[in-house]
Design a binder for this molecule. Sequence first.
Ligand code: GLY
Length: 428
Amino acid sequence: MGRFVLVVGNGGREHALAWRLAASPSVDRVATAPGNPGTAACGPNLAVDPTDPVAVADLAEAEGVDLVAVGPEAPLVAGVVDELQRREIPAFGPTAAGAQIEGSKAFAKDVMQASGAPTGGYVATGDRDEAFDALDRFGGPYVVKADGLAAGKGVRICASRDEARDAVDDALVRGVFGEAGSQVVVEQFLLGPERSVFGVCDGEDVVLLAPAQDYKRALDSDEGLNTGGMGAYTPVPDFALEDVDHLRELVFLPVLRELAARGAPYRGLLYAGLVDTIDGPQLLEFNARFGDPETQVILPKLASDLGDLLHASAVGSVADVEVTWHDDAVVTVVLASGGYPEGYATGVPILGVDEAVGHDGVTVFHAGTARDVDGRLVTAGGRVLDVTARGADVAEARSRAYAAADRIRWDGQHRRGDIAAHLGSRPS
Ligand code: GLY
């Protein structure tokens, strides 16, 4: 008998997890809580508030699941994994203490520095004058971060000292971020391209995943506002698994040792955001969960069993699991609601998903969709669909993804036209 896995969350990342788990030989059944119209094709959607640890654990117990895989950061920070562990239900993801690596930028910087992993200088403070002093000490460009989770809006890179002081005041004086901004982290600016590397951890050890590149800005040519991510691709030239292997020893293992020493052994996905500076890689930030939409390209590339890997992370040793990859390239293009990441309409009918799915090598992951009272698929979020395609190389995957994306229509749709464009042009 294979496992019954419950995926917690309702976005494109959770659809990709449910989809890949459903195709894993070690997994018999998948359910998603609360899920979306896309995850419903992988198994039942079960209603729950994903940030309510007792409700999630009650559901997992009632359904008799063998493993819970938690997707987003909010349930992790809320302690969903702690409650599951208390009831001896295997859970993929860190405890609330470990999830502070994403939930508190001050905690993350403290762990980075104490572990000896390379990172820039910083000052974490709730005192305005101390923050202003730190700005002058580090100089421009100025980096000011709200300490807590601020829906992606808590990080400001400022060209001028006045703007940076204003960012400090937004957090500490005006309370723009509420409790999340009761402390700020002023950091040394790190110059260079940003990279992210994902590791599946078991408290002591880590298996690194095939790297992917995402696109954070809303508009082509990296213009416009920061978003959760508008597309991604893998493999990344000069940034393959063998190119990141040294980061196990340099970054991941020291950080895992540091967290264990603090009584918070880290199981789950550790997402390291790095900057490739002229002095070598420097840690910028951590996330406590899979990247979105990077997961939507990494999991189609994974050849081995995802269920075994997540289970080993939850209750075993990741070194015992063989992790293998397809040679294919994968590209995902995010179809978003016009206006995202600011205000946008919801409830707009979506046409053409079935046509897109009929294309060679294409999977469409649902990120922000719903069914209306008549059962029609409608928009329900900023990022709506992730049109994902495999190909022999990135150029082919890209062409397939955009050809499929062209079939999907709704009023006010927005997407970037340049995802992976530098790696091969799209045939007309
Ligand atoms: N794509 C960036 C993130 O998941 O944080």
